[in-house]
Design a protein around this ligand. Structure first.
Ligand SMILES: [Cu+2]
Length: 119
């Protein structure tokens, strides 16, 4: 097949797999820190556990001012059941984690959770 036809076929196939909706997945993934957690110190890791392996395509950590903080991921961009990344030492504040990923069944997934560091 010509490349353009090939990619169109792949795109159609992806849509077909994506269409039955994401409800085969649990609505709420387990995260560390837990959503809404109030911590006394900067967390050593940020992690999400999934009900099927997920290739995390985007992870962002932002504070209450919208500044982003780079995290060091340990998944090598491969599908993982538990995604884990190390944040820098974070000062007190409110933080939001946003992620996007592609599950091994082809479903695009995304999530958000928040935590606070008090002091
Ligand atoms: Cu799925």
């Amino acid at each position: 097949m010509k490349p353009a036809v090939y990619f169109a076929a792949i795109a159609a196939l992806s849509l077909a797999f994506a269409s039955p909706s994401a409800d085969a997945h649990s609505k709420k993934e387990a995260t560390e820190p837990a959503d809404g957690a109030v911590l006394e110190t900067s967390p050593p890791t940020i992690s999400m556990r999934f009900d099927m392996p997920m290739r995390v395509t985007l992870i962002s950590l932002t504070d209450q001012d919208g500044a982003s903080h780079d995290v060091t991921r340990s998944d090598n961009m491969q599908p993982v059941s538990e995604f884990s990344a190390a944040p820098p030492a974070l000062p007190a504040g409110q933080y939001k984690v946003e992620w996007r990923g592609l599950a091994t069944d082809g479903h695009p997934m995304q999530g958000t959770f928040s935590f606070e560091i008090s002091n």
